[in-house]
Design a protein around this ligand. Sequence first.
Ligand SMILES: [Zn+2]
Length: 357
Amino acid sequence: MFLHRYVVKTGDTIHKVAQQFQVRVFDLLLNNPQLEHVHQYIYPNEQINIPDPRNLTRKVVSPYECVMEYGPSDLEDDVNYLRKYYPSFVSTQKIGHSVMGKPIYAFVVGNGKKEVFYSGGWHANEWLTSKFLVTFLKELVQHYQANLSFFHYQVSKILDQVKLFIVPMVNPDGIELVQQGIYEEHPYYHSVLTMNKWSRRFEHWSSNIRGVDLNHQWPAGWDVEAKESPQVPWPRHYSGKAPLTEPEVKAVYHLTKKNNFAYVLAFHSQGQVIYWGYKNLEPSQSKAMVERLSLVSSYEPIQTADSDGGYKDWFIQETGRPGFTIEVGVGTNPLPFTAFSEIWANNSQLALEGLIL
Ligand SMILES: [Zn+2]
């Protein structure tokens, strides 16, 4: 009855295994009584039964029927895909490594003088922003190569003027934790469980693997934010012992210092709003720019979040240039898979408009 036993790899989830073998999640659950729930974690080296698709009345026919998690192993696959098929259109750089040694990737597309920077995957349970940015990048380079308009945007023309930098996954260790859970062989098994009060669920986890919030780490009102936040490593909102201590943050810091970004868009979830100011330090053109982003996305502009220590805050303070935080989606993090269609619909044009502000 079973096709075979499958040994779970790092980065696997129930949805990804179902897709890989072209069976439904439902059939995986049915054939593995130890799995009780579609969002149950499966751990590396665990064995699960893969039903023979020939015995199933209904197979998964299209990848679009099964929206999946997007984690560090998927990003590696996409890095290889882009290097293989679009080497002359997009370059890939490692700008640093996470606490656990995973590469932090930056993609660069376009040849223009104006440099623009998009980032996502800052918070572990906001991995849909990573999926969005990589999907957007792949669509963008496909249109670029084929010299096609993307909606009504003339991609080739735009990318003669613009050089776009994308770091889709600032926090790969945290994202993997949210998707895979914790298991004994994990190098941070004990410290993660201690921080998490011995709970083995991680839907609420937004920090990096050692319990520092990567968007609380920036030297812009850091002391104020740190005082009001948890004082020890925590699943969310702990600012660290000082600004810029975490390797993931250092990587983005050096990328920003090394380049000459005209403005930056940092993607988070959720709320369907765009924050565009920080202590009135933002330049006057920020308001007109956010109104354009709002028009194409239907997301509401909000000047300040009344918080400090974020990347956008620091960028505005440091450079006097525009910075935006895009809060995609509605609901509770991690947003359900079905949120992706709304995120794509509202943000693909926003990301295009973002190139020509
Ligand atoms: Zn966030």
